[in-house]
Every structure is written in C-alpha cells, then in structure tokens.
Design a protein around this ligand. Structure first.
Ligand code: GLU
Length: 293
C-alpha cells in the first residue's frame, strides 16, 4: 500500500558536493527548475552528502553560488542528508526488526553482476564487518517516465538483494534518496538518464515503505567528444558563469528549447521567465546523449 502524492508540485535538485557543477549538472538543474516553475511548483535544493570520503570542502558554497549566478533560486532551507542520519537508522531498525534486511560479509568479488545471496541464509554475525542488504522478492517494477514511457525491470533478477547500508557504515544512495524525497514531499523528480535504471529499485523501496512514488523525468546526458558522460570523474570543467545569460541560452538549446536570439542579451530573470513560459518536454531529445565540445 502506498500513500498518495501531496497536492501541488514539489521538485528538487540533489547534487553531491563532490566538486563544482559542470555543464552536465547545470543542465539537469535547469531542466528540473523549469519543470517545477512551469507547473507553478516549488523547487528544493538538497545536498547528497552521505558519501563523506567523496565530499569536497567548499563544494556546497561553490554549487550554491553557481545556481544563484544563473538565477536558479531554490525554495526554503537547503537540506543536507547528513542531518538525517537518525531517520535513516530508525527506518533501517524497523527493516531489521521485520527481517527484511540481512547482514552480508561478502567482499566485492562475490558481487558481480547480481549478488548471489550467499549471506541471505548464512546468519552473519553483526559483529563481523558487514553491509545490510534488502531481501528483494521476485518483482517486476514498472516506472512511468515522462520522456521514456514505461520501463519495466525485474528488480529481484536484474538488481538482486541490494545494499541499504554499506560495509563502511555509509547509508546507500538508493535508500537515502527514497526517504529524502518523502521527507521533502517531492512529487516530481527530474534528473539525469544515468539514474533511470536505478529508479525501479527506488520504487520497490517506496512500496516496501508505503511511500508514494513521485513522477519521473530522466533527461538525456551530456557527453564529451569521446562519448563519455560529463562528470567529475571525467574531469568535466566547472561551469564558469561570467556571462550567465549566454550559459542559460546555451543550456536551453541543449534542452531542445528555442530561445529567441535577442534573449542572449537579456537578464537571467528575463531568460528564465521566457523559458518557464515556453518549457516543453516534447522537444527534449529522447536519445540517450547529447554531445558537447
Ligand atoms: N546525488 C545524485 C547525483 O549527484 C543525484 C541523485 C538524484 O537526483 O536522485 O548524481
């Protein structure tokens, strides 16, 4: 049983503070901002900062500054996953009490491509270093994506018993994101295509927890000239915003929108007002990637 979505659109942008925003991440932020504003909705900012070894000092401030320079102002207080550890642990404790999760002591070697469930019946002691895995029952989960249509994945067979808490005691992204979106009342998730195949796991968790499933829109990825996703690991450059209006117009073109040439010289607010009024996901490319220089 899942509960209904709250009334009114609530969107969010959830960067990990692992570095500056590059063009690919600003592209996603803009899509999510415009989708929210076009529907008169709120747009929230949350930092996915649980993977502490990957966090970079100063990244939070840097990301906020870039968003502000582009006029992408968020509603309400900034949220940080690291402030909600007790909430994740409490839900995990319920799962443990219900026998829905088990301790797994396996090393990486046993894991690929889908975990073989060695520890499902092994009763690994909680004193041994372990991760916590969710027992996933055979299930086809169907996700309705605004751009890609219906995506069905058998989570038990294709993902297996996935991890909710890692061996290094870090709460896994899949688990945290579901709880965060629920806490923030998120109704609409707009994010990059790379997370489309992760979404059925998140929907499965929502069903386990009785949470509503948000609406999803996975936008295409920007790739570099080698076909690689722009990301911090491919050393994508920080998006510089000496001319935020020009950056916004470039991003709008990449999003398949058609801002009039005169807007190049308009203020960021004027551009965003135009873009909000004309936001059209039908012109978003359905192909998986868009190449940029
Ligand atoms: N923190 C994730 C990232 O930076 C995004 C998570 C999400 O939008 O669900 O890729």
């Amino acid at each position: 049983m899942t509960s209904p979505l709250p009334l009114g659109y609530i969107g969010r942008f959830a960067p990990s503070p692992t570095g500056s925003l590059h063009l690919g991440s600003v592209y996603t932020a803009l899509a999510s901002f415009l989708d929210a504003r076009a529907q008169g909705g709120a747009w929230k900012l949350r930092f996915d900062d649980l993977d502490t070894p990957r966090n970079v000092k100063g990244a939070v401030g840097d990301i906020c500054r870039t968003l502000e320079q582009l006029g992408l102002y968020w509603d309400g207080e900034v949220d940080y996953q690291s402030q909600h550890l007790d909430e994740y642990e409490a839900i995990l404790a319920d799962f443990i009490a219900q026998g829905r999760v088990y301790c797994c002591a396996c090393s990486r070697k046993n894991l690929a491509p889908v975990y073989d469930k060695t520890c499902r019946h092994a009763h690994v002691s909680s004193k041994t270093p372990h991760s916590l895995r969710l027992r996933v029952d055979a299930q086809d989960i169907t996700v309705q994506d605004a751009l890609h249509g219906r995506i069905t994945r058998n989570v038990a067979m294709q993902d297996g018993d996935f991890i909710l808490k890692r061996k290094d005691a870090i709460i896994a992204y899949q688990f945290a994101v579901v709880i965060d979106d629920r806490r923030q009342g998120v109704t609409d998730v707009v994010r990059g295509m790379d997370l489309l195949n992760e979404t059925p796991k998140q929907c499965y968790l929502q069903q386990c927890l009785g949470f509503p499933t948000p609406n999803y829109l996975h936008v295409p990825l920007l790739v570099d000239n080698h076909g690689k996703k722009l990301s911090k690991t491919t050393f994508a450059r920080r998006v510089e915003t000496p001319q935020p209006s020009a950056t916004l117009c470039q991003l709008l073109h990449l999003l398949g929108q058609t801002p009039p040439a005169a807007l190049q010289h308009a203020t960021v607010d004027e551009i965003l007002n135009w873009a909000t009024a004309h936001w059209d996901i039908a012109t978003l490319s359905r192909i998986h990637t868009l190449s940029v220089e």
